[in-house]
Design a protein around this ligand. Structure first.
Ligand SMILES: Nc1ncnc2c1ncn2[C@@H]1O[C@H](COP(=O)(O)OP(=O)(O)O)[C@@H](O)[C@H]1O
Ligand SMILES: [Mg+2]
Length: 260
């Protein structure tokens, strides 16, 4: 796999860059979010927020530096533009978030906590995800995958040099997640980043427990996405074989252990 920094997300021209930065920043730096950032800063998770890295479906991601000069990623969920109805499809029925109201802001708080909780379980379970560091309100701080202030590219922006190896690795990751008692539920090339240390899986907020009524639908969708992408790249990828591989052996359910 050819690793490349995510240059296209950073317009070259200085004036354009400023506009780009402004666009990325404007919808997350409301006063309460600024106060949460300030608190995380006081807690020592980072010193300065340096650069907007990307604007995803639901969050803006920034690169920050801590007092030791190490980079961290700061993911700030947008209060105004997040899709709250869709979020409930993945929250409802999860015992960690029982009683979460359907109010916009409470949904977003549960969603942020869900991403942190899932990342922690996955990271500790040996899955290739960013190390979660902290969360507060609508913000998650985690390990940053990039060079300088620029994030590494995601799989949708690169052509795999080793499609079979990459396919086998990601299928094993889906199986490991399944064995931890979860389905990622948003497994796509947009959420896989190509780092110095191999492929890493992002965007874990929507991951559901196997007890979720739609866990099997989400698993089939994840596997379909993976098989489709890698078949195009020339890998020997087959949906039925992949499903049989994942489901071979008993999942080790975490259930209520997953509570924060
Ligand atoms: N920890 C990270 N390190 C480097 N880049 C990241 C990290 N987290 C997210 N990104 C970048 O930000 C983009 C959006 O992040 P993601 O978690 O997928 O948010 P969303 O839920 O809004 O889709 C990713 O496609 C990736 O380019
Ligand atoms: Mg994403």
């Amino acid at each position: 796999m050819r690793k490349r920094s995510n240059e296209e997300k950073r317009p070259a021209h200085e004036e354009k860059r400023t506009k780009h930065e402004r666009r990325l920043e404007s919808d997350v730096f409301d006063r309460p979010s600024l106060m949460a950032i300030s608190k995380l800063r006081q807690q020592g998770w980072f010193d300065t927020i340096d650069y907007p890295v990307a604007k995803g479906k639901e969050a803006n991601i920034f690169c920050a530096t801590n007092s030791e000069g190490h980079k961290v990623a700061v993911k700030i969920y947008r209060i105004e533009t997040s899709n709250f109805i869709r979020m409930h499809d993945y929250i409802d029925g999860d015992p960690r978030f029982a009683g979460t109201s359907r109010k916009r802001f409470e949904t977003l708080l549960a969603w942020t906590r869900k991403e942190y909780s899932n990342l922690k379980i996955f990271y500790e379970g040996g899955i290739a995800v960013p190390k979660p560091l902290a969360f507060l309100r609508n913000i998650v701080v985690m390990e940053f995958f990039g060079e300088g202030n620029i994030a590494f590219s995601t799989l949708d922006q690169l052509k795999s040099d080793h499609p079979q190896k990459d396919y086998d690795f990601l299928l094993t990751q889906i199986k490991k997640i399944y064995q931890l008692g979860f389905v990622h539920s948003d497994f796509s090339p947009y959420n896989i980043v190509v780092t110095d240390d191999g492929l890493k899986i992002l965007d874990c907020a929507q991951a559901v427990l196997l007890a979720h009524p739609r866990a099997d639908d989400f698993l089939r969708r994840d596997v379909e996405n993976l098989v489709k992408y890698f078949r195009k790249q020339g890998a020997d990828a087959d949906f039925d074989r992949a499903m049989a591989y994942i489901k071979d052996g008993k999942p080790v359910r975490r259930g209520l252990e997953a509570l924060l």
